[in-house]
Design a protein around this ligand. Structure first.
Ligand SMILES: Cc1cc2nc3c(=O)[nH]c(=O)nc-3n(C[C@H](O)[C@H](O)[C@H](O)COP(=O)(O)O)c2cc1C
Length: 447
């Protein structure tokens, strides 16, 4: 995270908050109302010496942190590189995240300023934890992000969708009669956060995806009390294990759609160690309907959606998960010179890949799919509603879907594709557009 913060600061994308904020609600309220999309560094948090960073990830912040062009194409390429060319992680000793090691009298709330976000939630949540665990059968690592509710000095509740890999590992471990161990790393580079959210197969180590994005082995530090590694450069690491049979009734919790949900009982973790940098910066992610929560998921999901769509439709050019679609539910896909029915194939591939995607708009590759006005234009100009919309009722979905009903939701496909007989676009001559761009200053355009 440190390298990302340096780059963001250099490019004017790091805002600092000098005034003290309280970690209960106040910090969240500042993050929610911070202007623009800069990362926000809180220099003073009441009751703590630790600084806190929030709003770290938005699309431009991701690009700046990764040193890539701030375009959809570049981010798709960068994340794809991680998935297609994963780099095995490297183990290092004397890692920054182990500068301070606490194994005795652990009290999470006295070590880090865990924020409380929403009125009705049960308490303070760690929301930027990157959770690593090992498959008890194969030993392969899995990485994800999961909310951690602080229940007591060394007790946490972990939120997991039963459809996710971490949940499957917990069940496997239960069957083998050995509690699953985890490490939760807080304070990570945006690339690591996006990698942790990639929809890849069980057994695919998401830290290797991060390595692929960095173009070098991602450095991990061996666990102190658990047999699970953690990012060496993390700010804080919590090591814990599942408490067999212990569940906690969570009550209302915010989901990515911004509303409260009640998932009932969730597993409890017993913390065995906390390690951190000497001058650790605590990272928090404002959850619920806020942009960072949307975008970390969106960037990961659109990349793997594109991979899957390309298997069915090789000329698929790009995929984009919209922010208005909660960074999960609405995909826009562009295809170069689509043949009849390829829009439909692309839609089915996207639905099959990601449970949460429930609306797919397919456009030609002349449409910049990350421009909502251009996409709406394509719908207005190219979609015949009686022919180009499809509603598929009753499709199995994730429990996190906002409109889930008996485990299902309707899915929608919209095909806004040029017809062979579409009239040509009325364009200003391309050469003149280019000429004007080149001599722009000479027009003395002011105001
Ligand atoms: C900020 C943030 C918080 C998240 N919290 C949770 C959570 O509490 N529970 C959950 O099941 N998924 C959560 N996710 C989504 C998972 O991390 C994501 O779907 C991941 O790919 C699951 O990985 P897995 O299938 O390897 O377990 C969160 C994502 C983000 C960006």
């Amino acid at each position: 995270m440190r390298s990302a913060l340096r780059k963001l600061e250099k490019s004017g994308r790091l805002t600092t908050v000098q005034g003290a904020v309280h970690p209960k609600f106040e910090l969240a309220a500042v993050l929610a109302q911070a202007p623009g999309r800069n990362a926000v560094m809180f220099n003073r948090v009441e009751g703590y010496e630790t600084r806190v960073v929030g709003n770290l990830v938005d699309r431009t912040n991701f690009s700046v942190s990764c040193g890539i062009e701030p375009t959809l194409e570049a981010s798709l390429q960068h994340i794809s590189r991680g998935i297609e060319h994963p780099v095995p992680a490297a183990l290092i000793h004397d890692a920054p995240c182990r500068e301070v090691v606490i194994t005795d009298k652990i009290d999470i709330m006295s070590i880090m300023p865990v924020a409380t976000f929403f009125e009705r939630e049960a308490g303070p949540y760690i929301t930027a934890g990157v959770i690593a665990a090992k498959d008890p059968e194969t030993g392969k690592r899995n990485v994800s992000m999961n909310r951690l509710l602080v229940l007591g000095p060394d007790k946490l509740m972990i939120g997991m969708s039963p459809s996710h890999h971490l949940y499957q590992l917990m069940i496997k471990a239960e069957k083998l009669g050995k509690p699953l161990e985890i490490s939760a790393a807080i304070g990570n580079h945006p690339a690591v956060l996006v990698a942790a959210n990639a929809y890849v197969d069980l057994g695919f180590d998401e830290f290797e995806i991060a390595g692929g994005m960095f173009g070098e082995p991602f450095e991990l530090s061996p666990g102190v009390t658990v047999n699970v590694e953690a990012p060496a450069g993390a700010e804080f690491v919590i090591e814990a294990e599942f408490v067999p049979g212990e569940l906690y009734e969570e009550g209302p919790v915010s989901e990515f759609h911004g509303m409260y949900v009640d998932y009932g009982k969730s597993p409890v973790l017993c913390v065995k160690a906390v390690t951190h940098r000497k001058d650790a910066i605590y990272q928090t992610i404002l959850p619920g309907k806020y942009h960072e929560h949307f975008l970390i998921g969106a960037m990961a999901i659109e990349t793997t959606v594109l991979h899957h769509v390309r298997r069915a439709v090789p000329r698929a050019k790009a995929a984009y998960i919209t922010e208005g679609g909660m960074g999960r539910c609405h995909a826009v896909i562009s295809i170069a010179e689509p043949r009849p029915g390829e829009g439909q194939k692309a839609m089915f591939a996207a639905f099959a890949h990601c449970n949460l995607v429930k609306q797919v708009i397919v456009v030609d590759d002349d449409i910049p799919i990350d421009d909502p006005i251009a996409v709406e234009w394509a719908i207005a100009a190219r979609m015949r509603a009686e022919r180009d919309m499809i509603v598929i009722p009753g499709v199995r979905t994730d429990r996190a879907e906002a409109l889930v009903h008996h485990g299902t939701v309707a899915k929608v496909g919209i095909f806004a594709l040029r017809e062979a007989e579409s009239p040509p676009l009325a364009e200003i001559p391309r050469s003149v557009m280019e000429h004007v761009r080149q001599k722009w200053d000479s027009y003395q355009v002011r105001g």
